[in-house]
Design a protein around this ligand. Structure first.
Ligand SMILES: [Zn+2]
Length: 355
């Protein structure tokens, strides 16, 4: 989306959303994935998913209320970087797959329904539907509030970046202060990655790791094959932009995502054959995806623009009610913490929390 179009889109969402709702601004190709939630329902989902940070919703002002009184617009449209900055444009060598640069609010990120494993398993013969990219829009302002700023900003308000290879990496962020190590065991070689402590992402990922010990030998063997017997990497926190974009901040930069293997040329939509349109492909075992979903992570293999190695902590897309776990001491405006309070286990999909 070009800068002018982006600004126009933002303008329209800000001024016309209250009148028509987001559904009037979108035209998804398939009604089974379109999700026209009311503002109250969208707010409820975020409150249930992030109890450490969100404490209420002001329906009159359409704002989520943070634990320290911070107000966060439910429908948002801030830019997430300097898409108007020609210097940034010229320094990014990759032009393929440029993404819209508007930062949606929490409400817009729920505009496409995520279909969990129990409902849908994608394949080459039955790929995700056109526009089925549930979760590829991220609520940047809310994430910055919860996980920390992904980068410092220059005097002109742009994120500080440095070009490394074909991508732009972020500099000077605050996310790293909130990271915790998690040992990924499924490949058999105990790779340590880092994800955020905020919202208990590290705890939920550790629970995934533990539960993956119980999946079938067949699924484990399949994963080890696609993992290349340790030849490919596993990645958590990584302060960078989304590949192929000049302004879209990666969820890895917030410490909420994990790539469980890297297979260049295979499991990412931009790497698939381009002639006549890309073709869906993934070899991820269904059992692994199911485990991640049970702990609040969505899978990028469910996206039309598929990312088969990618999992991301998004319990609101799974309509999950997560327990408070205590904010990291460096999170939020005053640094208060709830650490040490009772931590009940999360309720699971299919056990009463899905609506
Ligand atoms: Zn990823």
């Amino acid at each position: 989306m070009k800068p002018l179009a982006c600004r126009l889109f933002c303008f329209c969402v800000i001024f016309f959303y209250p009148l028509f709702g987001f559904g009037a601004l979108t035209s998804l190709a398939d009604a089974t994935i379109e999700q026209r939630l009311s503002q109250a329902e969208a707010a409820r989902r975020f409150l249930a998913a992030y109890p450490d940070f969100l404490t209420g919703y002001d329906a009159a002002k359409q704002e989520l209320i943070g634990w320290d009184g911070t107000r966060l617009p439910l429908a948002g449209t801030e830019k997430n970087n300097c898409q108007d900055n020609t210097a940034a444009l010229s320094s990014a060598s990759s032009s393929a797959g440029s993404q819209p640069c508007c930062s949606p609010g929490p409400l817009e990120t729920l505009g496409v329904r995520y279909r969990p494993v129990a409902e849908y398993w994608p394949s080459r013969d039955d790929p995700p539907k056109p526009d089925e990219d549930a979760g590829r829009l991220r609520p940047l302002v809310l994430w910055t509030y919860m996980y920390g700023a992904p980068a410092a900003k220059n005097a002109d308000g742009c994120w500080r970046t440095v070009k490394v290879g074909n991508s732009l990496q972020l500099l000077g962020g605050a996310v790293e202060k909130n990271l915790a190590p998690v040992v990924w065991k499924l490949a058999g070689n105990g790779v340590t990655i880092r994800v955020s402590r905020a919202n208990g992402v590290d705890r939920h990922l550790a629970a995934v790791v533990a539960e993956l010990e119980t999946i079938s030998a067949e699924a484990k063997a399949q994963y080890r094959r696609i993992h290349g017997c340790g030849k490919t990497g596993v990645s958590g926190f990584y302060p960078r932009l989304v590949r192929g974009t000049i302004c879209e901040i990666s969820p890895h930069a917030f410490g909420v995502a994990i790539d469980v293997h890297w297979r260049p040329g295979l499991d990412y939509w931009l790497d698939s054959p381009q002639r006549g349109g890309y073709r869906y492909q993934s070899v991820m075992p269904k059992e692994i995806v199911a485990v991640f979903e049970r702990h609040g992570f969505i899978w990028g293999g469910k996206w039309r623009h598929f990312d088969g190695m990618h999992f991301e902590y998004r319990p609101e897309l799974l309509d999950m009610t997560m327990p408070p776990v205590g904010r990291p001491s460096v999170a939020g405006a005053s640094g208060r913490t709830h650490a040490g309070k009772h931590r009940p286990g999360p309720r699971r999909p299919g056990s009463g929390r899905r609506r």
